[in-house]
Every structure is written in structure tokens, then in C-alpha cells.
Design a protein around this ligand. Structure first.
Ligand code: PRT
Ligand code: MG
Length: 223
């Protein structure tokens, strides 16, 4: 008799922090428990109560890459991350479900007292700092506003305070970070939430295992 190799568990890629925390109830709805907390455990691969599912803890912006190359079968990523990822890489990713978690909005913000509307009316060329270069470029192009985009990888709120930029394009949820840095949102670009993404090959070859999880996530995310 030839030995039968066991099927490897399905691998779900996601980031620690808000996405991990808001995914736990969705996993519970699918009957899956996660015993370890990635904030305290240093493990990057977390087992679950299901032998058929493990979690891969990666940077939020790396989730689409792991799923696209099949290192993870599926993953959870914000629309902000997916939109920027698609700017340089398309294909290989199927996006079946809006999970409605980690909700926020992408906004243009400026220092309190800066007359953004007047600057736009006068056709001033604005310096805008952002991590979301594709979304920002398309937003200002659609409005016909001239901008010089400055790519940053975090703490965009600092840029206008130290003269690096006139404005920022960043995610806002409670608004506390803007307020604490004397900034104000002047334009709402788009609402953001997180989507489930699935590797296209895995969707075909492992659909029997994936389907019950996708169905449970879809039911729990509208509840
Ligand atoms: O932190 P890291 O550089 O590793 O990556 P990341 O910032 O992309 O990851 P993480 O875990 O912070 O965010 C993961 C995803 O959560 C994002 O891709 C968004 O889709 C979503 N999300 C929801 C948010 C927020 N809400 C949010 N408020 N991501 C970031 N923020 C930041 C925002 O950039 C700003 O600095 O929180 C600050 C504003 O929050 P408020 O509550 O003060 O308005
Ligand atoms: Mg962050």
C-alpha cells in the first residue's frame, strides 16, 4: 500500500491588530476558535481549533501577495490595500465577499485654518503626502486638481505639521488622530472595509474545503 500524504490545512493570511480582532467573530461563526493572540505570541503561523485551517500573520499590505502566489489559500485585506496592490499587480486574486470589518474612510485632510477649497479654486499646486498613491492620484485627477504626491509609509499626519506637505490622504475612523494633530478632513474619497480574497487556483482545487468557510463568513458579515 502506498502511503497517503495528508492534505495540508487551508491557510488564511491576515494582519494582527484590528483585522485579526474583527475576524475572530467571523471564525467563531464558522465554528473555528483561535487560542493564541498574535499580539503576545511571536508565532507567525497560528493553529486553530480546526485541523483543516491555520492562520498566517503578515503585514496588512503583504496579504494580497501571499494569496496571489498561493502561499496562503485565502486572506483578509482592506480595500485600501487591495486598490494599491492592483496598481502594480493584477490577476490571481478572487474577491468574493465584503466582510464589512475594519471599516473606515479614505479622506483628504489639511491643517485647521488652511483654506483647502480656496487653494483648489485658485488652481494652486498642492503637495499631498500619502501611503495611498493610486487612490490619491485618481481622486485629484478626477477633480482636476494639480498635486505633487509624496509617498510615505506611515504617520502621514506628521507631514503637514513639519512642512513636508500641504495636505494628506489617509484613513480616518474615530477622527481622534486628526484632532490630536490639529488636522481636519476636507474631502471624503471613499468608504473602506475589508474583503475576503481567495487564490484562484485554490478556489478550483480546494473548493470543497473553502466553500463552508466562505459561506459562514458571508452569513456572519451581513448579520
Ligand atoms: O500598521 P502597519 O503599517 O503594519 O499596516 P497598516 O496600517 O496597513 O495595518 P493596520 O492593522 O493598522 O490596518 C489594517 C487595515 O485596517 C487597513 O488596511 C484599513 O483597511 C483598516 N483600517 C480601519 C484602518 C483604520 N480603520 C485606521 N483608522 N487602518 C488604519 N487606520 C489608521 C489611520 O491610518 C490613522 O493613522 O488609524 C489612524 C486614524 O484612526 P482614528 O480612529 O484616530 O481616526
Ligand atoms: Mg497601522
Amino acid at each position: 500500500m502506498s502511503p497517503v500524504s495528508p492534505t495540508p490545512p487551508l491557510t488564511l493570511a491576515l494582519s494582527k491588530g484590528r483585522i485579526f480582532e474583527e475576524t475572530l467573530p467571523l471564525l467563531e461563526a464558522a465554528g473555528v476558535h483561535v487560542a493564541e493572540d498574535p499580539e503576545t505570541s511571536r508565532k507567525l503561523i497560528l493553529p486553530t481549533s480546526s485541523a483543516g485551517l491555520r492562520l498566517l500573520i503578515v503585514r496588512a499590505s503583504d496579504v494580497p501577495t501571499y494569496v496571489q502566489y498561493g502561499a496562503a489559500d485565502f486572506g483578509i485585506a482592506g480595500k485600501d490595500v487591495l486598490y494599491e496592490h492592483e496598481a502594480h499587480d493584477t490577476g490571481g486574486l478572487y474577491q468574493p465577499i465584503d466582510l464589512n470589518i475594519a471599516r473606515c474612510r479614505l479622506c483628504v485632510a489639511v491643517p485647521q485654518g488652511f483654506d483647502y477649497q480656496a487653494a483648489v479654486r485658485q488652481g494652486s499646486r498642492l503637495r499631498v503626502a500619502t501611503k495611498y498613491v493610486r487612490a490619491a492620484r485618481e481622486h485629484f485627477a478626477a477633480k482636476g486638481v494639480y498635486v505633487d504626491l509624496i509617498k510615505l509609509y506611515g504617520s502621514m499626519e506628521l507631514a503637514p505639521l513639519v512642512g513636508l506637505a500641504d495636505a494628506i490622504v489617509d484613513l480616518v475612523s474615530s477622527g481622534n488622530t486628526l484632532r490630536a494633530n490639529h488636522l481636519v478632513a476636507v474631502e471624503h474619497i471613499v468608504d473602506i472595509s475589508s474583503r475576503l480574497i481567495v487564490n484562484q487556483a485554490a478556489l478550483k482545487t480546494r473548493s470543497a474545503e473553502l466553500r463552508p468557510l466562505l459561506d459562514a463568513f458571508a452569513r456572519a458579515s451581513v448579520a
